[in-house]
Design a protein around this ligand. Structure first.
Ligand SMILES: NC(=O)c1ccc[n+]([C@@H]2O[C@H](COP(=O)([O-])OP(=O)(O)OC[C@H]3O[C@@H](n4cnc5c(N)ncnc54)[C@H](O)[C@@H]3O)[C@@H](O)[C@H]2O)c1
Length: 258
């Protein structure tokens, strides 16, 4: 903020929608963008998203909180409609909802678990991209940032890998399809995490690390945690530690995670 209470930064005059904004990376992105002048639409199915709205308003930002389930198209459509109703445009959409629910060998996943993983980590992004496009086309441009994961290649999270691989595929395809309309579509595999882990949490510019500043995810569907379905696979005593990824993630361009 400037000394006169006016925001300054890269997002002055921009409207940004952040999904999964109640906590973790989404909340962190929203706070950072608000500090740089953005007006925010915070979308989450958790009611605590209203606490984040109050936090942003405390910083002097304009903010709207929308509680909806983005695993359904109607939820995504309603979120974009409410954003347009309040601010008249959407310059940036950050699709951040997702996250592994269970971690175990693929042979042990049951059908509903596989479906739940794909619903959690692919559909919210797929739906929100579709729901925002008419507005971006009408206004002549926009930016879509899809948060993915380096876990597209790894062990014990095959359905999540499939879902985030799907996010990478739709990101690249949308980027090709809408470039000529001034719509930029980019993917974010993990550099958000790298940047916030590498900065001291006391710095005003820093993004507070979820593990130290926010604690474990408060999304009841995310494991591991007490009463949650996730199962942590630990190596047997004396066994050599297994590599986290069967295939090391490639150093990929920003538009598409490995
Ligand atoms: N945390 C990590 O280490 C990590 C690593 C790589 C990628 N990612 C990706 O980053 C993104 C955010 O991760 P995080 O750790 O901050 O997650 P988180 O669990 O802390 O927050 C996710 C938020 O999304 C919301 N949400 C979940 N399902 C929803 C739905 N159907 N509709 C609306 N809101 C919903 C939750 O309520 C929660 O507030 C995810 O896409 C994840 O796959 C995270």
């Amino acid at each position: 903020m400037t000394g006169h209470g006016r925001p300054e930064g890269r997002f002055v005059g921009k409207v940004m929608v952040v999904t999964g904004a109640a906590q973790g990376i989404g909340r962190t992105v929203a706070l950072g963008a608000a500090r740089e002048g953005a007006s925010l639409v915070l979308v989450d199915r958790a009611e605590i998203v209203h606490e984040v709205r109050a936090e942003l308003e405390g910083l002097g930002a304009q903010a709207l909180a929308v509680t909806t389930d983005l695993e359904n198209y109607s939820g995504a459509d309603s979120a974009m409609a409410q954003a347009l109703d309040r601010f008249g445009r959407i310059d940036i959409l950050v699709n951040n909802v997702g996250g592994t629910i269970w971690a175990k060998p693929y042979a042990e996943y049951r059908e509903p678990e596989i479906e739940a993983e794909v619903r959690r980590s692919l559909f919210p992004t797929l739906w929100c991209c579709r729901a925002v496009l008419p507005a971006m086309l009408k206004q002549g441009g926009g930016v879509i940032v899809n948060v993915s994961s380096v876990a597209t290649r790894g062990v014990n999270r095959v359905p999540y890998a499939a879902a985030t691989g799907g996010v990478n595929a739709l990101t690249a395809s949308l980027a090709f399809e809408y470039a000529e309309h001034g719509i930029r579509v980019v993917g974010e595999p993990n550099s958000v995490l790298k940047s916030y882990r590498s900065r001291p949490t006391t710095s005003a510019r820093s993004v507070p690390a979820r593990l130290t500043a926010v604690g474990p995810s408060r999304d009841p569907g995310r494991g591991p945690g007490p009463g949650r379905p996730a199962r942590v696979i630990r190596p047997r005593r004396g066994a050599r530690p297994r590599p986290r990824c069967a295939i090391p993630p490639a150093r990929s361009p920003r538009t598409c995670a490995p």
